[in-house]
Design a binder for this molecule. Structure first.
Ligand code: URA
Length: 207
């Protein structure tokens, strides 16, 4: 599996805002939105282009647009805070949804929503989930996508744990990972250390 950790001073500063326990919900949402923009930008670095002629006020020249805009799939609820930034950068993108809660005692994913196009065989997919912890939710999402024929999947995460990265690599599913950091590991509650806490609570308040 290809894994890219995005190294950029602005990404480092935004990640610090997200990590800081004093950051309030609105500031957290803003920093998550801005950092998502950087991660999506990197995820599209090698995206194929469709080239066509465009007329400027002065002359004709070559223009370009994405040949295949990805399907954006935020994993609810924490991925909600990433979808607006991604959709603004890729206005032609369609959006699907996967909802997965986590059982706080077993740490297992509990799926509750799936709203995806039936055929994904010709469509790149960007899965948006800020936290890759055990990898359970991401793996479930990848399996849903692969069952619909997806072969070109990018997982865009803000913080990844080595355990989650290994789970994706071991899954054999067609995925690459773009993240802002790979942290130390998981604690006994399956939270990423040092991480940033519960990414859903930090955006929207505790349930
Ligand atoms: N989900 C979160 O929101 N935070 C973690 O640290 C792990 C899973």
């Amino acid at each position: 599996m290809r894994t890219e950790t995005v190294e950029h001073p602005l990404a480092a500063a935004l990640l610090t805002t997200l990590r800081d326990a004093r950051t309030d919900n609105p500031s957290f949402r803003t920093a998550l939105r801005d950092l998502t923009g950087i991660l999506v930008y990197e995820a599209l670095r090698d995206a194929p282009l469709h080239r066509f002629e465009v007329r400027t006020p002065v002359a004709n020249t070559e223009g370009a647009r994405l040949a295949a805009p990805p399907l954006l799939v935020p994993v609810l609820r924490a991925g909600l805070g990433m979808v607006e930034a991604a959709a603004e950068l890729i206005p032609d993108a369609r959006v699907g949804f996967v909802g997965i809660a986590r059982d706080e005692s077993t740490h297992q994913p509990v799926p509750y929503l799936e709203s995806l196009p039936a055929d994904l065989s010709d469509m790149p997919v960007f899965v948006l989930d800020p936290m890759l912890a055990t990898g359970g939710s991401m793996r479930h999402t990848l399996e849903l996508l692969a069952a619909r024929g997806a072969t070109d999947i990018t997982a865009i995460c803000v913080v990844a744990a080595p355990e989650g990265v290994a789970a994706l690599a071991d899954s054999g599913l067609p995925v690459r990972l773009i993240t802002a950091t790979i942290d130390q590991g998981l604690n006994a509650d399956a939270y990423i250390v040092p991480g940033l806490g519960d990414a859903g609570d930090r955006q929207f308040g505790p349930r």
